[in-house]
Design a protein around this ligand. Structure first.
Ligand code: CO
Length: 141
């Protein structure tokens, strides 16, 4: 009876010692890896170029960037860098006049949503402005 208890107790003790040793051995490297992963995610989640980008270039019959993400209240400015005239049209939302070379058009986005637009002279030219709520969440229309 006392022998069985003794061996059981020893086994339990042994298992406990082993698991606590494992914890000591593995906890800090695991935490380090998690910390590195978290740091990496934070570093790529808000790239520097996204901070204050409010400009769209029109060049080679292309809007660039094709999709621009801004906060509500942001004024976006399109600049025509082609020698060809272009327009910026989002039906029911905004419509520029014909932009000659170096021409610009600005629109202030107050309502969150995804605004698809195109050039009425070259309808294959398309782009999207994604407007996020000032708090940071996205509401798509
Ligand atoms: Co065009």
């Amino acid at each position: 009876m006392s022998e069985r208890c003794g061996s059981l107790c020893r086994r339990t003790m042994h298992a406990r010692t082993e698991s606590s040793e494992n914890m000591i051995k593995t906890t800090s490297p695991k935490n380090l890896v998690v910390a590195i992963i978290v740091a990496f995610i934070f570093s790529v989640a808000t790239p520097a170029w996204a901070a204050d980008a409010t400009a769209v270039k029109i060049a080679n019959f292309t809007f660039g960037p094709q999709e621009l993400k801004v906060k509500a209240g942001t004024t976006v400015t399109w600049t025509n860098e082609d020698d060809m005239p272009h327009t910026v049209v989002s039906p029911n939302n905004f419509r520029s006049k014909v932009l000659d070379a170096e021409g610009t058009y600005s629109f202030t986005f107050t309502t969150p949503g995804a605004y698809k637009y195109f050039c009425s002279l070259h309808p294959h030219m398309t782009g999207t402005i994604v407007v996020e709520a000032a708090t940071g969440s996205i509401t798509t229309q």
